[in-house]
Write a protein that binds this ligand. Structure first.
Ligand SMILES: Cc1cc2nc3c(=O)[nH]c(=O)nc-3n(C[C@H](O)[C@H](O)[C@H](O)COP(=O)(O)O)c2cc1C
Length: 218
């Protein structure tokens, strides 16, 4: 698969089949993703992989220990500006339309949101942490790592969904995986095979036109 094909094929997948993914394959993808660049080559990513029994136990633990937690960080800025606000709203509405959940059905929307905390049914996943000492440049390095991982996973026939929703459950996750106190959780990553029957997976999110965010200097 060409890089271009992987870039266009990848999308966030929010329903998976039961087909397992081996840790050997996940390890290979992580090793490949670790070729991602990072400022000063500091490689600030710290991962905890959940798979097989460990994943089953973790999902059960989350269900059995619901609790309100202080988020690891603000996922979006308060008063998110335009055009970002509308883009966020639009993709959410596109997803709920595919799921046939209207705006008024708050309970169904919340229930759907809670699917994040079961990795959308993916058999495997990981959590990505970063040392609290790190700042915005190193956080951007995480993005490079994560996208490289998702593209390599696409090439391997896998599907993924990055999940910052987990930032709302940082204690549950950190305690479970045994992350050191100086680490903080950035996001989760659902990994598995796409359930091609699930309507939600047909979501093709929009993008801003190049001219709206790019200035070619003349
Ligand atoms: C760092 C990061 C965190 C994300 N967190 C979530 C999440 O918690 N739940 C979710 O359903 N999608 C999540 N997404 C997926 C985005 O909504 C998605 O990337 C965006 O709408 C564009 O769609 P696409 O990935 O299908 O191209 C996340 C994406 C990124 C890059």
């Amino acid at each position: 698969m060409q890089v271009t094909q992987a870039v266009h094929k990848r999308s966030s997948i929010r329903a998976f089949t039961d087909q397992p993914v081996s840790n050997a394959l996940i390890r290979e993808l992580i090793e490949g993703a670790s070729r991602a660049p990072s400022g000063g080559n500091v490689q600030p990513w710290q991962l905890y992989v959940l798979n097989e029994d460990a994943m089953t136990r973790f999902k059960q633990h989350v269900l059995e220990h619901p609790r309100r937690e202080a988020p690891a960080y603000a996922i979006y800025p308060e008063n998110l500006k335009e055009p970002y606000r509308s883009a966020r709203f639009e993709v959410g509405e596109m997803m709920y339309a595919l799921l046939e959940i209207p705006r008024e059905d708050k309970a169904a929307r919340l229930q759907r949101l809670a699917q994040n905390f079961q990795f959308f049914g993916a058999p495997a996943g990981f959590f990505c942490f970063i040392d609290q000492q790190m700042g915005p440049p190193q956080w951007s390095d995480l993005g490079m790592f994560l996208q490289t991982f998702m593209l390599l996973a696409t090439e391997a026939g896998l599907a993924t969904c990055a999940q910052e929703a987990w930032a709302t459950k940082p204690q549950t996750v950190a305690e479970y995986v045994g992350a050191p106190p100086e680490s903080m959780l950035f996001c989760g990553m659902a990994i598995g095979y796409e359930d091609t029957e699930a309507a939600v997976n047909s979501l093709k999110s929009n993008r801003f036109p190049v001219e709206s965010f790019t200035t070619f200097m003349t």
